[in-house]
Write a protein that binds this ligand. Structure first.
Ligand code: HEM
Length: 412
């Protein structure tokens, strides 16, 4: 008698609202599924994804609600991205972005003094000078990659100054940051191993920088400021290095993507660009609007610490939630005509690209300063960035950015 072959299990239909799929960001097709989730109330559960089951929080109001309850929705319990920690191929780096209170409070205090308004004022001339040098070295009327020559160069120079990092080696910061922020590696064991090697290399590099400053008088850079701060008692050496890596990752892709969004976004909305070119006093609001429109980190993750209810959805302890800033910043109930750049948008400042609550981005002022100066210096030179080809986007649901953007400069 013929034996019956086991019937293949009916494959579970893929969830069309699984917004963690990398291709949505690579192809810039994330808008429709998020619009659908927002239309359904902004909360959706995906049962099966590359990152396992998760809740999407995609509208403004519930996102702010979750971020306002850091005890119930923890940053520490499962980390800050949808990718779960994997023993053996991931480095457990202590960072205050992935800590809850009270530890988070103490460690954040060690770096916060580097981002005060007076520190920003102190850094302004230096940032302006370096921005000017970069812009003055760019060709007019010839296509070049804006990401490489402007966005990456400006952000890495800034971080090198901030950390007093060896100048000639500053592109290492970009390299490490790109590896650290790539959560899609969850799908590839070999690349995950490679990342581990690079992260150890990064850790030992920063350990050398720390060793060189530990017994020396204070200097005005972040490493020395942290070593000499009162709150340093809150950190051991591993935490110190973990937090330095957090700062390079936090400050790198994010500011870089915003600078690229400036060139790309205003090219898509030429009437808005014309307004900005005619009136530089619009720059501060335009900076907020560009950051909103881009939203350089698509999500941060939280993990529920207890069973709870969110707008009628039963969330169980241990379940993970993705807070989709990229979608909340397009929430039509808060931002009219949300997909458009409107440099005079009256509530552009309400964007959630920096998060909300106790973890709100500590480097926000520095990012805003760098982007403002870029816009000001472009304006002083009457330079316009004309997009000369399709952008190459990062294929990932965490870092929301660009690998390349061909641009040609003209004068207006
Ligand atoms: C936290 C976005 C620039 C350092 C965050 C968070 C977001 C974010 C979404 C997490 C908020 C949360 O979990 O609720 C951005 C964007 C930037 C930017 C969009 C640029 C446009 C920077 C810069 C630095 C930086 C320039 C430093 C050099 C940090 C750090 C945290 C953080 C250290 C952790 C704060 C905490 O947990 O208390 N950022 N960031 N970021 N960011 Fe930024």
């Amino acid at each position: 008698m013929a034996t019956l072959a086991p019937q293949p299990q009916a494959a579970q239909a893929a969830d069309p609202l699984d917004v963690s799929r990398a291709e949505l960001y690579r192809d810039d097709t994330w808008h429709a599924p998020f619009r659908e989730i927002r239309a359904r109330g902004g909360i959706h559960r995906t049962e099966d994804s590359d990152f396992g089951p998760y809740w999407s929080i995609a509208s403004y109001k519930p996102l702010v609600h979750v971020e306002s309850l850091p005890e119930l929705f923890s940053s520490e319990a499962g980390g800050i991205t949808l990718a779960d920690f994997k023993e053996g191929t991931d480095v457990k780096m202590p960072m205050f972005i992935a800590m809850d209170r009270p530890k988070h409070t103490g460690q954040r205090r060690t770096v916060a003094p580097a981002f005060t308004p007076s520190e920003m004022a102190r850094m302004t001339d230096d940032i302006r000078r370096r921005t000017a040098e970069i812009l003055d070295g760019l060709p007019i009327g010839t296509t070049f990659d804006w990401v490489d020559r402007v966005s990456i160069e400006l952000t890495t120079q800034m971080l090198a100054i901030l950390f007093d990092f060896p100048w000639e080696e500053r592109r290492k910061l970009t390299f490490w940051s790109d590896w650290a922020g790539d959560i899609e590696l969850v799908k590839n064991e070999e690349l995950r191993q490679q990342r581990l090697v690079h992260m150890f290399e990064c850790g030992s590099y920063f350990k050398r920088l720390w060793d060189a400053k530990i017994d020396k008088p204070p200097t005005p850079d972040l490493i020395s400021m942290m070593i000499h701060s009162d709150a340093m008692a809150e950190m051991d050496q591993y935490e110190f290095i973990g937090n330095l890596i957090l700062l390079i990752v936090g400050g790198n892709d994010t500011t870089r993507s915003s600078m690229t969004a400036y060139a790309l976004g205003l090219d898509q909305f030429p009437d808005e660009r014309a307004k900005l070119e005619a009136d530089p006093s619009l720059i501060p609001n335009a900076v907020q609007e560009i950051i909103r429109w881009q939203t350089p980190l698509s999500h941060m993750r939280r993990t529920a610490t207890a069973d709870t209810e969110l707008d009628g959805h039963a969330i169980k302890a241990g379940e993970k939630l993705a807070l989709w800033y990229v979608s909340a910043n397009r929430d039509e109930s808060v931002f009219e005509d949300a997909d458009a750049i409107r440099i005079e948008r009256p509530n552009a400042r309400r964007h959630l690209a920096f998060g909300h609550g106790i973890h709100r981005c500590v480097g926000a002022r520095l990012a805003e300063l760098q982007i403002s100066i870029l816009l000001e210096e472009m304006g002083k030179r009457r330079l316009r960035a004309n997009v000369a080809g399709a952008p190459e986007r990062v294929a990932a649901c965490f870092v929301h950015g660009y690998r390349k953007l061909p641009v040609e400069l003209s004068r207006y």
